[in-house]
Design a protein around this ligand. Structure first.
Ligand code: AHR
Length: 345
C-alpha cells in the first residue's frame, strides 16, 4: 500500500496555510449560520434597532415575496439592522436561529413558524432574555400567550371560509346546489397554521352541504412539484373530480400541469373548478384567462406592518395582540383592476 509522507517543509507550509485560513475566518466574522447577515453592530450602527428574522423557507412564490417585504422594510435607511436566516422548512433550524438571536442580544425577534406547535421552550428563553417576539405570517398554538408580543399575519380560517362561501355561490349560479359535488384537497405543510386554518375554514362550510363529497385530501407541502405528484395520484384514483381546492398557488401550478396531461379541462369553461390561495401575479393572470376560477388572497406584504408594530413598541404605545393583513378574493370579475395595480409578486 502506498503511504503519503510529508517532509518538514510541507508541514510548515500546511501550518502557514491553516493560520492564514484562521485569520480570514476571524477577520470575516465566522457565523453559526451561513445566511445570517453577519456584520457586527459597529459604533455607527448603535442607534439602529437590531431585528433577527427567522424565515421558515423558500417553498413558494408567496414566500419569496414575504422575504422581500421583510428585507425592504428592515433597512439601515429605515433605522434597522437586519439579521436574516432561512430555516429551510425545519423547526430545529428555527430553534437554533432564535437561540443565536438571543445570545446576540437582538432588540426584536421576528419569525414565521413553520408549524404551529412545539415553541414553548425556545419562546420562554426569549422571554427570559427580555426580547420581544413578533410572529410573522403564521401563528403558534401555545397556552401562555405572553410568550410572544404580537402576531402580524393572515386569518387562515377566514381564508378557508371564503373559499367555501365562493363555492356555494358558484354552484348556486350554475344551478348545481343540490347536485353531488366531488372535491379533492391539496393541503399545505402538515401542522402549519396556513394549512390547518384553511382546512378548518373550508370544512366548516362543507359540513353545511351534505352533497359535497370530499373524496380525498393530502399534504403537498405548498410546493409545485408535490402539488403535481399528489394531483396525479388523485386523477388516477378518482375519474369524477368536480372541484380542486389547492391551498396555495404553487401547488395549483403543479396540479394544473397534472390535469392538463390527463386530458381533463379546468376553469370557467372546463370540467374541473379550481380554487386556489395566495393570489400571486402568475396565478392572477390565470384567473384573468379563466383557468383558475377563484384565488383567495393571502397578503405577503407584512414587513411594513411589523415595522409599525416595532415603532409603536419603541414609542411605548399600546399594541394589539393580533394584526391581520387585508386580503381580497379574486375572480374573473375583479381581477383586471388588480392586474392593473401591478403587484410586484
Ligand atoms: O403561510 C402562508 C402560506 O405559506 C402561503 O399560502 C404559501 O404560499 C406559503 O408557502
Amino acid at each position: 500500500m502506498k503511504h503519503f509522507k510529508f517532509n518538514k517543509y510541507t508541514d510548515i507550509a500546511a501550518m502557514i496555510l491553516l493560520l492564514v485560513i484562521l485569520l480570514f475566518m476571524i477577520l470575516g466574522g465566522c457565523s453559526l449560520f451561513q445566511n445570517i447577515e453577519d456584520e457586527s453592530v459597529n459604533e455607527h450602527d448603535e442607534n439602529l434597532i437590531v431585528v433577527g428574522v427567522s424565515q421558515l423557507g423558500s417553498e413558494s412564490g408567496w414566500r419569496t415575496a414575504n422575504t422581500e417585504s421583510v428585507q425592504a422594510s428592515f433597512t439601515k435607511k429605515n433605522g434597522y439592522f437586519l439579521l436574516f436566516n432561512n430555516a429551510r422548512q425545519k423547526q430545529e433550524n428555527q430553534f437554533k436561529t432564535i437561540r443565536s438571536f438571543i445570545s446576540r442580544r437582538v432588540d426584536y425577534i421576528v419569525f414565521a413558524p413553520v408549524v404551529e406547535t412545539g415553541w414553548e421552550t425556545v419562546l420562554s428563553e426569549a422571554k427570559e432574555a427580555g426580547i420581544p417576539v413578533i410572529l410573522m405570517d403564521r401563528s403558534v398554538t401555545i397556552e401562555d400567550k405572553s410568550l410572544y408580543t404580537a402576531l402580524v399575519g393572515s386569518n387562515f380560517v377566514e381564508e378557508g371560509e371564503k373559499a367555501g362561501r365562493w363555492l356555494e355561490k358558484d354552484l348556486e349560479e350554475k344551478g348545481r346546489s343540490e347536485k353531488d359535488i366531488n372535491i379533492v384537497i391539496l393541503k399545505g405543510t402538515q401542522g402549519a397554521s396556513a394549512q390547518v386554518g384553511r382546512t378548518v375554514g373550508f370544512s366548516t362550510i362543507a359540513s353545511e352541504h351534505s352533497n359535497w363529497n370530499i373524496l380525498d385530501q393530502e399534504y403537498a407541502d405548498f410546493t409545485s412539484a408535490k402539488g403535481k405528484e399528489v394531483m396525479e395520484s388523485f386523477l388516477k384514483k378518482y375519474p369524477d373530480i368536480d372541484v380542486v381546492i389547492s391551498q396555495n398557488d404553487d401547488m395549483t401550478f403543479g396540479a394544473l400541469e397534472a390535469i392538463k396531461e390527463s386530458g381533463r379541462t379546468v376553469g370557467i369553461d372546463g370540467e374541473i373548478t379550481i380554487i386556489s390561495f395566495d393570489a400571486v401575479m402568475e396565478a392572477l393572470e390565470m384567473v384573468a384567462e379563466g383557468t383558475i376560477n377563484v384565488d383567495i388572497e393571502c397578503n405577503p406584504d407584512q414587513g411594513k406592518y411589523i415595522s409599525e408594530v416595532i415603532r409603536m413598541l419603541e414609542a411605548g404605545e399600546e399594541i394589539e395582540k393580533e394584526y391581520y393583513v387585508e386580503e381580497d378574493v379574486f375572480t374573473i370579475d375583479n381581477v383586471t383592476e388588480e392586474l392593473l395595480n401591478k403587484r410586484t409578486y
